[in-house]
Design a protein around this ligand. Structure first.
Ligand code: NAP
Length: 246
């Protein structure tokens, strides 16, 4: 078990990549606080973990709400005594080409994908600094690296996440804190199910590995980066994209 005895918070863990990451971390021995805005999804994930013998608490947390985010970190420490890993997974899309994108779409995506990552990391950082160890993992995307039609706001956040990852890796390394990002390609989750089939087919054909990713592909990368096997890796952006970007 690679994460035995570790305490992790995962945001947006009700479905998709967050859910797969929660299940993987629990299987690897981590105890979890899983957060999401959707209670029934969270309870389903928690039940699956508990039924398999894992330890998990749930919390309704909107990552844009700084008070809720502070309470999430406090709860993890209160229940489990420490916080080793934060996975900033929660993210949304609200697509539109530049000439059509509304201010509301821009603000919404920036708020969740960028400010949400800042909120959660800032709430966790002092706990990790006092412990002298910790791992922060951020959800970027291939879209942050090479852009994507109709995703001005989303691309800006996912590139921004890479900037924050590298900045925090430089700032916090001396306190024993590692900060890395994962940049998934096109992964089959409820988020991408909204995309037209022909676009998904195009992405599949573009990838040298000739398939779309699974949530488990990304969860495996998070598990590795969270584990002590990655103890000399910080400031990295790990692509999990079948080779789309190289
Ligand atoms: P998803 O299936 O849409 O799941 C995202 C989860 O986050 C949902 O449960 C959602 O709740 C929750 N959420 C949304 N806003 C939130 C908020 N303000 N606070 C807390 N939780 C919130 O997405 P996914 O495909 O698994 O993606 C997960 C992460 O990976 C995102 O950051 C995404 O940008 C990134 N990513 C995904 C792909 C991909 O191809 N799927 C590729 C690259 C990067 P609701 O049920 O209410 O929506």
């Amino acid at each position: 078990m690679r994460l035995k005895g570790k305490i992790a918070i995962i945001t947006g863990a009700g479905r998709g990549i967050g859910k797969a990451t929660a299940l993987k971390f629990a299987k690897e021995g981590a105890k979890l606080l899983i957060g999401d805005v959707n209670d029934s999804d969270l309870e389903t994930v928690a039940k699956e973990i508990a039924d398999a013998g894992g330890e998990v608490v749930t919390m309704n947390v909107d990552v844009t709400n700084r008070q809720q985010v502070r309470e999430m970190v406090e709860k993890a420490v209160e229940v489990f005594g420490k916080l080793d890993i934060l996975v900033n997974n929660a993210g949304i899309t609200a697509d539109g080409q530049l000439h059509k994108l509304t201010e509301e779409q821009w603000d919404k995506v920036i708020d969740v994908n960028l400010k949400g990552v800042f909120n959660c990391s800032q709430a966790a950082i002092n706990v990790m600094r006092e412990q002298g160890n910790g791992v922060i993992l951020n959800a970027s995307s291939v879209v942050g690296i090479y852009g994507n039609f109709g995703q001005t706001n989303y691309a800006a956040t996912k590139w921004g996440v890479i900037g924050m990852t590298k900045t925090w890796a430089k700032e916090q390394g001396r306190k024993g804190i590692r900060v890395n990002a994962v940049a998934p390609g096109f992964i089959l989750t409820p988020m991408t199910k909204k995309m037209p089939e022909n676009v998904l087919d195009m992405m599949k054909n573009k990838a040298p590995l000739q398939r779309l990713g699974t949530p488990e592909d990304v969860a495996n990368a998070y598990a590795f980066l969270a584990s002590d096997e990655a103890s000399f890796i910080t400031g990295a952006v790990l692509s999990v994209d079948g080779g789309i970007v190289m």
